[in-house]
Design a protein around this ligand. Sequence first.
Ligand SMILES: *Cc1c(COP(=O)(O)O)cnc(C)c1O
Length: 408
Amino acid sequence: MQIPPFNVREIREQFPALRQKIYGKNLIYFDNGATSQKPQVVIDAINRYYAVENANIHRGVHYLSQRATTEFEASRIRIQKHINARKSEEIIFTKGTTDSINLVAFSYGELLNKGDEIIISAMEHHGNIVPWQMLCARKGLVLKVIPINTKGEIIQEEYDKLLSNKTKLVSVIHISNTLGTVNPVKEMIKKAHAVGAKFLLDGAQSIQHMKIDVADLDCDFYVFSGHKVFGPTGIGVLYGKEALLDAMPPYQGGGDMIEKVTFEKTTYNHLPHKFEAGTPHIAGGICLGTAFEFLSTIDLIESEAYERELAHYAEQVLETFEDLTIIGTAKNKTSVVSFNVKGLHPFDIGTLLDKQGIAVRTGHHCTQPLMDFYKIPGTVRASFAFYNTKEEIDFFAEALEKSINILR
Ligand SMILES: *Cc1c(COP(=O)(O)O)cnc(C)c1O
């Protein structure tokens, strides 16, 4: 299978972490599902921020504070444009995907009443399960789970059955971090809206792998983490439709989120500040903007095709192994290949691959209910980014064969 031309060499040169050796071997980084490496421009932006730009934002009269404020807000606008949100006020900076979902679970949750229903799927990350369980316990709501088939696809007929006028929110993963399944979310969003429910899309694994257009998707919330999209850790985004965010009460109280504070009555600031209490991760916010600037230099249609091709190639190579089972064989999948080898523990395989310079993740990938569904303790997961290559997959296959032979 021929991988389409895509200038990987040029892209790889921008990622210094990819140039290092681990145990004397060239690093092969196949743990992009957990976090991505950072391009030099982002690293430089972080250094520059702390070296000469550092100041608190939204309150200073002085030059540095005003410049930091301008850059922070410019980053918000860049992200708004990238995902095609209508207004920059609809972009809320958070700590990451988990934080964004907790914000919605608390704040949108305040608008819900006993007996209301929330729907998630059987392939959700713990970050899109536990906040809803906590909300359901707090407010007496009911959590429903859409089952999946053995290929790792959401069973749409079951989804249809769960939807009703009791459904207030559907919260579903866009691309599975464990299986690589790309869910048909646009249709699912339409169906949710038809019963008057809102839709939260967990984009932690889609923002870095495809062009996202929240207007076209028509999701009510879209959440992601900066660190998985070539930006810093500790920063993430909640996109929400303006009218909905306006109707939601604040999540946390403190500085910056207020309009006026008195001991008798406090009024809240307008969007997006209403949801950004306290000093935010200023460096993170600015440098996430740099990560999106970097992303704008890449043709995301091409890179998506390339990543799908990489995952497909990896599957073809792995299918030649005896006693190896690929977990997740959805028709529409990308970027991730999870597998198990009969009689061997994923952790042992991962450890031996590491000694050969290959970074994969092993375990349940924060999707324990999904592991229960497949009746396995975990998988070995190779997850790709557009800087990975077919040659790396060939080397990985050799290393895997060696590892299996050692363990047998
Ligand atoms: C990583 C991930 C999360 C959690 O992201 P954090 O950055 O740890 O908050 C949630 N959902 C999916 C699909 C993920 O891949």
